[in-house]
Design a binder for this molecule. Structure first.
Ligand SMILES: [Zn+2]
Length: 99
């Protein structure tokens, strides 16, 4: 009868995601989602609801720099970042990071 045992419920299920730069696990809503769209561009997804392969970053400048300067984001999204996308993400990213 042990199989019927109900696990104690946590208060609320909070989805957690890992920042691709610092690898810290955080509640999903604390992170910013980046998504690879159907046309191969990489966009910031403020609602977290866009279709496509996603990657998450902390709201910290260091993480954005790390992800965008290296190939971490490309690796996470299995996609090449065009210089244009990269530049756009750097600029948009600054709106999302907490100073
Ligand atoms: Zn991070």
């Amino acid at each position: 009868m042990r199989s019927t045992k109900v696990r104690p419920r946590r208060h609320k299920h909070i989805p957690q995601r890992t920042c691709i730069a610092c690898r810290q696990v955080q509640p999903k809503r604390e992170l910013v989602r980046l998504v690879r769209t159907a046309d191969g561009e990489v966009e910031i997804d403020p609602t977290g609801k866009m279709r496509g392969r996603g990657a998450y970053l902390c709201r910290q400048e260091g993480c954005w720099q790390q992800a965008l300067q290296g190939n971490r984001l490309e690796y996470a999204l299995r996609s090449k970042l065009t210089p244009h996308s990269r530049e756009r993400l750097v600029q948009h990213g600054l709106e999302f990071v907490s100073q």
